[in-house]
Design a protein around this ligand. Structure first.
Ligand code: ADP
Length: 176
């Protein structure tokens, strides 16, 4: 039997280059393709992605929407809008968990086997990286325990610090 811990991988790298079924975009509420992951995904996917995103008419914080990928090597892009960090008393933890859960629900609906997440909200939106890593890892594990799909989740960090926080969060859950 496959263990839940075998279904999660943490890597350091550029999410747009991954050949997975779906990449998750840390999007903004308006579909204009900003900096960070959003900018990188739109640059790599080409202008048609922006067109499709315009038709989606934006996305509410904590929600997720799915589009095609155009020039990316993946098959789907799941766009989710993380919360802007405002000190922790404005429902940020709940909204961040919701981003992961709603993205995974969309993945399950579209029979997506492999999905890659960036560290949502930890860039321009300023969510503390360690706290975000704990929320990401526990929400993903909860979902994988209750669902067959996706089969594999990759957590992609751009820098060493995020990578270490994610590794730490994962080992705290599995070692106790
Ligand atoms: P947010 O607005 O949700 O904070 P950002 O895109 O600004 O989103 O940053 C989210 C995280 O993604 C940050 O940790 C940032 O370092 C990381 N990141 C930025 N570009 C990439 C990329 N191409 N691949 C993977 N991670 C990235």
């Amino acid at each position: 039997m496959v263990q839940i811990s075998d279904k999660i991988r943490i890597i350091q790298g550029d999410i747009v280059k991954l050949e997975v079924d779906a990449v998750v975009n840390a999007a903004n509420t308006t579909p204009l393709g900003g900096g960070g992951v959003d900018g990188a995904i739109h640059r790599a996917a080409g202008p048609e992605l922006l067109e499709e995103c315009r038709d989606l008419k934006g996305c509410v914080t904590g929600e997720a929407k799915i589009t095609k990928v155009y020039l990316l090597p993946a098959k789907w892009v799941i766009h989710t809008v993380g919360p802007i960090w405002q000190g922790g008393q404005k429902g940020e933890d709940y909204l961040l968990a919701s981003c992961y859960r709603k993205s995974l629900e969309l993945a399950r609906e579209h029979i997506i086997k492999t999905i890659a997440f960036p560290a949502i909200s930890t860039g321009a939106y300023n969510f503390p990286s360690k706290r975000a890593a704990g929320i990401a890892v526990s929400e993903i594990i909860k979902f994988l325990q209750e669902n067959e799909l996706p089969e594999r989740v990759i957590l992609v960090s751009f820098n060493k610090e995020t990578y270490q926080h994610l590794q730490q969060a994962l080992s705290e859950i599995f070692v106790g």
